[in-house]
Design a protein around this ligand. Structure first.
Ligand SMILES: Nc1ncnc2c1ncn2[C@@H]1O[C@H](COP(=O)(O)OP(=O)(O)OP(=O)(O)O)[C@@H](O)[C@H]1O
Length: 709
């Protein structure tokens, strides 16, 4: 490996070194100072700068259109754009000449108007642009694709208007790629030869650029050609180096989860070297009374698409959401002490009542096969559960405004945010999203990220920073304020992202599997932070999760989705103790059989299966009921068991799973009901259980609970 690599380096470096050794350095300044050389150098710089400017002006929109939109013929256009990369420059020049030359398709018409393009300085710029544009488009389009929409989407849910998103998110994210693309375009323009010679000719001071001058001098004064070549090499080297530097510094380079980083935010050394380790609660308390107040972001109260701009709404408090009424007098006084505009503050956390809007979604998204009916009271944490593709993220999208319903209504608190006639965009919904990945803006430090929402809402920098510190303290991450996202571990970054989502005081906090990308210890710590900040806080939060521990830690209520529909919803305790959907039953770790109550009122009947159990008095004969029982209550037999009366069901084993000290035997009945039994490994061996074995499951009636479905 090393040998071919070394040969490759030598192949590239030796000719350059060889040339440098031949340069008559003593005469170097004099060789460059000739009129022809100076003319060529200046012309090259002028035209290359003009071509680069053209590349940026035309290439940035082109890259955005290619990366962000879909239309017929796009592939053909992309191929055309990239063609000059592989065309010999002389062919590019010929194409330009035959089109824009005097006898060309367009050139003849332009000449009739008195405009000559070929063999002018403009032709040089055009030739350079022609060959350089693909470099810029290629680097930028790749970067736009890689970055995707996710940062912009999250920024919008934090209250940033589209122009703010463009200015403070999109452009800064693309800056490194734009920088390297521009540098490459400039370098390519500077070195352009073939297309220029063919289309623009070689007239001193008009079209004879540096490469052309070098080529010419090579015949008459090789030393001057060498000196000019050194200038070109130096400029190219500087540009390449600058590009490399830019890449190294590129904020996206690291990304969260830097190896070896402790996840404990407080374990980060403070700038003063003082150990600031503290629990989230302590940190918040330590922030002092002056910073325990929060604010209400100056989001517009938009309930229809024709709302006035935010700035106008700020000066029209009567049209805002009823913030003041919800705020207790003591909190209002404390808020006044911050000096923030009244409309931009609101109490939250730390014992203060927090915003908690109710939620109503009666909406469908036909292209996703999703049709949801969800109504949730304000101030609760709701866990949304369901198998993959059930529609959980779509529900969050409907609430955040990142997904448009095909039909129906979405309400957050008193505001209709989407229906046939209304569309409130994400930035005006006051529904902040915390995604699976932290998506911290890489060009801002942790403090800047947390202050982003308040700043986007018009809060002055000092107040926004103060609030951001407060929020960071609440998640135990105040010591990380000055760190860039790539200097944070996954868990630290997710805490900062939580602080960021809380900072604008959203009416609804949307959490899309916020722990799923974290390792076990980071997830435990983050779950504790969520519990501290959400449980009993009065905030409305919608938490999409697959994890029972999340439900137990934070959820007041549970909504279970399956196949794009709500299959179950209710208080968390109720859903976990009396699950009515297969998913909730699996999560709660119990067997579930749904059916009708037998006429005798003592068993659930479905197909050929009849299960006797303890029946809730609310059950009515013939009505739909659910029966649940623990897998541990199930015993497995090869032959019918004797003894006390039992439910006995014939099943076929579909799988064996190791489950701590027991083995979970999964099986299906002849009617296709899935059941499970937890038995000892010794019993598995004794029964010689394996996939496909037909056995009997038995469970005492006293172990089966029957309740209304
Ligand atoms: N951008 C999209 N365009 C079209 N269909 C989509 C899109 N995103 C998701 N879907 C489809 O919509 C349905 C619901 O997807 P959704 O992402 O809401 O499910 P989910 O419950 O969040 O799944 P998971 O647990 O895998 O994240 C699925 O059938 C999915 O394939």
């Amino acid at each position: 490996m090393a040998a071919p690599a070394a040969v490759a380096v030598l192949l590239l470096a030796v000719p350059v070194l060889g040339m440098l050794l031949r340069v008559p350095w003593a005469r170097f300044p004099a060789l460059l100072a000739t009129e022809a050389s100076v003319d060529a150098l200046l012309l090259s710089l002028r035209t290359s700068l003009a071509a680069t400017a053209l590349c940026v002006l035309l290439g940035v929109p082109l890259a955005l259109v290619l990366a962000r939109t879909r239309w017929p013929g796009q592939r053909v256009v992309r191929t055309l754009v990239l063609l000059p990369l592989v065309l010999p420059p002389v062919v590019s020049g010929l194409a330009l000449l035959t089109t824009l030359g005097r006898r060309g398709l367009l050139g003849a018409r332009l000449e009739a108007l008195g405009i000559d393009v070929a063999f002018t300085t403009a032709a040089v710029v055009l030739a350079q642009t022609f060959v350089s544009l693909p470099f810029l488009v290629l680097s930028l389009e790749g970067a736009v694709r890689t970055a995707g929409h996710r940062y912009e989407d999250v920024a919008a849910t934090l209250g940033a208007r589209p122009t703010t998103v463009l200015r403070r998110v999109t452009l800064p994210l693309l800056l490194p790629a734009l920088g390297s693309g521009t540098a490459l375009a400039f370098a390519r323009s500077l070195g352009e030869f073939g297309a220029t010679l063919t289309f623009a000719g070689s007239l001193q001071g008009v079209t004879r650029t540096l490469p052309l001058e070098i080529y010419l001098q090579r015949e008459t004064d090789p030393d001057a050609a060498l000196a000019l070549s050194v200038v070109l090499i130096a400029v190219a080297a500087v540009i390449v180096l600058a590009t490399q530097r830019g890449r190294r510094r590129s904020p996206g380079a690291g990304g969260p989860g830097a190896a070896g980083e402790p996840d404990d935010a407080a374990s980060a050394p403070s700038p003063t070297g003082v150990d600031r380790r503290s629990a989230p609660g302590q940190a918040a308390a330590g922030a002092g009374p002056g910073v325990t107040v929060s604010f209400r972001q100056a989001w517009p109260d938009e309930s229809s698409p024709q709302r006035a701009p935010v700035a106008e709404e700020r000066s029209a408090p009567a049209r805002r959401a009823p913030v003041a009424e919800e705020r207790p007098a003591a909190a209002r006084r404390a808020l006044a002490a911050t000096g923030m505009p009244a409309a931009a503050r609101r109490p939250a956390g730390g014992g203060e009542p927090a915003p908690g809007a109710s939620i109503m979604v009666h909406a469908s998204v036909p292209e996703r096969g999703v049709d949801l009916d969800v109504e949730l009271p304000g101030g609760q944490v709701v866990a949304v559960l369901g198998p993959n593709g059930a529609g959980k993220s779509t529900l969050l999208g409907l609430l955040s405004g990142l997904v448009r319903p095909g039909a129906g209504t979405v309400r957050i608190g008193a505001r209709t945010v989407a229906d046939d006639a209304t569309w409130v965009p994400p930035h005006a919904r006051r529904a902040a999203l915390l995604a699976q990945e932290p998506l911290l803006l890489p060009h801002l430090d942790a403090l800047g990220n947390v202050a982003f929402g308040p700043r986007a809402g018009g809060v002055p920098r000092a107040s926004a920073d103060r609030l951001a510190r407060e929020r960071l303290a609440q998640v135990g991450a105040e010591a990380l304020a000055g760190r860039r996202p790539h200097q944070l571990s996954g868990g630290q970054a997710q805490r900062v992202a939580l602080a960021r989502a809380l900072a604008p005081e959203p009416d609804v906090l949307l959490l899309d599997e916020p722990l799923s990308a974290l390792d076990v210890s980071a997830a435990v710590a983050m779950r504790q932070v969520l519990r501290t900040l959400l449980r009993g806080s009065g905030r409305t939060a919608v938490l999409v999760t697959h994890d029972l521990l999340d439900v137990l830690a934070v959820a007041d209520a549970v909504v279970v989705l399956d196949g794009g529909r709500v299959v179950e919803q209710g208080p968390a305790l109720e859903v976990l103790t009396r699950p009515r959907s297969a998913f909730a039953a699996r999560l709660a770790g119990v067997n579930l059989v749904l059916g009708g109550l037998a006429p005798e009122g003592d068993a659930v009947v479905t197909g050929s299966l009849a299960l006797h159990g303890l029946v809730d008095p609310a059950c009515q004969a013939g009505e739909q009921v659910a029966a649940t029982f623990s897998p541990r209550a199930v015993s497995v037999h090869r032959t019918p068991p004797g003894g006390s009366p039992r439910n006995v069901v014939g099943v076929t084993v579909t799988g064996l799973e190791h489950l701590g000290e027991l083995v979970r035997v999964r099986a299906t009945t002849a009617d296709g009901h899935s059941l499970a039994a937890d038995i000892t490994p010794a019993a598995v061996a004794e029964l010689s259980l394996q996939h496909g074995a037909t056995v009997l499951f038995s469970v005492k009636a006293a172990e089966v609970t029957i309740f209304p479905a």
